[in-house]
Design a protein. Structure first.
Lengths: 61, 61, 61, 61, 61, 61
């Protein structure tokens, strides 16, 4: 029963999300023996204005 | 001081959220003796494209 | 596919967790029509030293 | 490597986010000796309809 | 700047965590073009008593 | 009603947590006009073995 939450600054295409979900699920099955049907993954695309590194928002204004 | 975060694939109506918030708050008061005024609940409606189970995005394309 | 994360300052007994999990799952089934087998709930007991309200840690030292 | 997630009911202006990010990063550097370049901060503006206190949604309908 | 949080019921060995971290980081680099040095991953091993599915705690008592 | 979750690799002393909680609460009051009594902050000290950057666990073995 893994639950994986992925926060990413900016956005991803549907194809990228599908591929990432597939690979992470396969990794958790192979390495941690977690059945895929129990693996939940959520994507959370965060606007650059809402993410800061080193005290600066990533939209760089 | 409970903080409850609810992630749901798809969406809920305002009525559903109101009822869920009321019931969970009542449960935490009755079972865990937490005063309602200290109970925070947030709802997070996740698009089907952003939630995967068994390695497949839920929008099923 | 709801995922519910419950953070509570202090601790709960196993009996309290079992009852809370059962009631929240039932609420989500009745109000939001979510099948129980898809409802994940996690409990996160946070030490009073690790939770602050109004700028003060809850262990009250 | 601190990761700070800020959930706020309602919204903030870009200026508010920039100032908050700057101050929290400085606090973590001064108090916890965390290098700013490793400090990630995300803002999550939650609609009043999606946040409940005391069992009531904050949009107050 | 992805931030990935992995919640798993039960525990993982250090070797499993190292392999999972390596593979997820590689996936995010290859598919989403995220530089590894910006990818943070945290593991959160949740006791079976603290995780419920279908309204039942996973420790199965 | 801000809720701030702080994840830190390694640990903090009680004094550090108290000072960080105080300053963040003050920042949110001054910049975002949030009343301190509604500001919740949680600290989550993550073991180095449970945090990866660039695909490597931080315990550096």
């Amino acid at each position: 029963m893994p639950y994986v939450d992925i926060k990413i600054a900016g956005s991803l295409s549907r194809e990228q999300k599908a591929e990432i979900a597939q690979e992470i699920t396969a990794t958790l099955q192979r390495v941690a023996h977690k059945p895929p049907s129990y693996t939940y993954i959520t994507f959370n695309e965060v606007a650059y204005e809402d993410w800061a590194i080193a005290g600066e928002l990533l939209d760089g204004k």
